[in-house]
Design a protein around this ligand. Sequence first.
Ligand SMILES: Cc1cc2nc3c(=O)[nH]c(=O)nc-3n(C[C@H](O)[C@H](O)[C@H](O)COP(=O)(O)OP(=O)(O)OC[C@H]3O[C@@H](n4cnc5c(N)ncnc54)[C@H](O)[C@@H]3O)c2cc1C
Length: 416
Amino acid sequence: MGEMRQATVVGAGIVGVCAALSLLEKGFAVRVVDPDPPADGASYGNAGVISCWACVPQAVPGIWKNVPKWLLDPEGPIFLRPAYALRALPWALKFFRAGAADRVPAIADAMLALNHPTIDLYRGHLAGTGRDDLVRDSCYVHVFRDPAMADLNRYEWRLRAERGVPLRRVDAGELHEIEPDLSPDYTAGILVERQARAVDPGGLGKVLAEKAASLGAEFLRARARRLIPREGGGCAVETDGAAGTVEADIVVLAAGAWSARLLAPLGVTVPLEAEHGYHMIMRDPGVTANNSVLDMGHKFVASTMSMGLRCAGTVEFAGLDAAPNYARARVFERLAKRLFPAVNTADTEEWRGTRPSFPDSLPCIGPVPGHPSIITAFGHGHLGLTMGPKTGQLVAALAAGETPNMDMAPYRVDRF
Ligand SMILES: Cc1cc2nc3c(=O)[nH]c(=O)nc-3n(C[C@H](O)[C@H](O)[C@H](O)COP(=O)(O)OP(=O)(O)OC[C@H]3O[C@@H](n4cnc5c(N)ncnc54)[C@H](O)[C@@H]3O)c2cc1C
C-alpha cells in the first residue's frame, strides 16, 4: 500500500465537517483548517430545517414584483443597506435571470439531488456518536393567516408536487392539533411531510467534528491566507498559524461566505454574495413548536430546540464585512408573539450569521478550472445544513478520482 493521500479542508462549518467525514471514509488523511471552533459560522445559528425536499430556488418567476414591498417594510424579510445597493446590483441581475421560467426546473432538480439524501446521510454520520437525538423527524409546517394563500396550485407548490414532494394542505382544525400553541389567526397550513430538523445545529456540527477527530482528522486552529497550487500536482495552504504552510494532495475549499476571497488571487471570480441572517432564542418560551414552522407572511422559521424556541430568518444585503444590525433580530420578538401569543420573551439571545449565496441557489461543487487539486464546496445559501452531507460525499468522490453518479454540471465553478 502506498502512502495515504492528504486532503486539507479549509473551513469547519457543516459543509467542511461533512466533507472531512466523507474524505476519511475514502481513506484520506484529513486536516481541517479554521481559526474558529467547528460550526461557529452560519452553521451555528441556522433554523435547523433539514429540508430534504427543498427544490424551490430563492429566485422564481415574478419574484421581482415582491421586492419593492419587502424592501419598504422595515420588518420585512429582505433588507438592503442603501450604501450597498449599487454593489449588489450585478448579483441581483443574475438572481432575477436565474428565476426565469425556463431555468427554474433544472435548478429545482439540481437542488433536490443535493437535499434529498440528507436524512440518511446525517443518520449515518451520527452513528456511533450516541447523539442521534440531534436530528429529529419533523414536518415542515408552512402557516398562513389568509387561507386563500395556502393554494397548492401556486407555482412553488406545483414545482414541488411535480417532483414527488409529499404535500398536504390542512385546515385550521388540523393545523392547531399539530401545533397547539399557534395563534388562532393562522387558519391554514401546508405540510411538507417526512422531513427532519436539527435541535441544535451548532451542536450537530461539533459532534460530527468530534467524530472526524476521533477517526483521525487533525483540526488546525488557523486561518488560510492563501492557496498555492503546486506545479507537479497538489496544493499548499498558507496559514497564519504555527503550522505555517501545509501541503496537501487535495484542498477542499469550504470556507462558506469567505471562500471567494481565497479564489480571487488565482484569477477565479465567482458571484458569491453574503446574505446575512439573524436569529433570536427565547430561552424559557413556555410554548412549543413541534415541527419546523414557517410563517409564510414574514418568511421566518420557528423551531423548538435544545436551547429554547429559535426564530430565524431574514435576509440582509450589506456586504461580507458589514457589522451586525441586531435590530433585525429584535424584530423576532414581535413576530414570535404573533405566531405564538403565549410565548415568554423575557430571556432572549440574538445572533447573526452569513449565508454564502449564489444567484441560482446552487453551490459550487467541483474542481477549480485550471487548478484540479482545489475542489470547491461552498455557496449553499439558505440550505447548507441540508446540502452539507451530500456535498461532502460528492467532494470526497471527486477527490478520490471517481465520477459521481449524477450530473455535476449545475454546480460547476465556471457556470456564471
Ligand atoms: C438565519 C439563517 C437560517 C438558516 N436556516 C437554514 C435551515 O433551516 N436549513 C438549512 O439547510 N440551511 C439554513 N441556513 C443556511 C446554512 O446555515 C448555511 O448554508 C450553512 O451553514 C453554510 O455552511 P458552510 O460550512 O458553508 O459555512 P459556515 O458555517 O459559515 O462555515 C464556514 C467556515 O469557514 C471558516 N473560514 C472562513 N474563512 C476562512 C479562512 N480563510 N481559513 C479557514 N477557515 C475560514 C469560518 O470560520 C467558518 O467556520 C440558514 C442560514 C441562516 C443565516
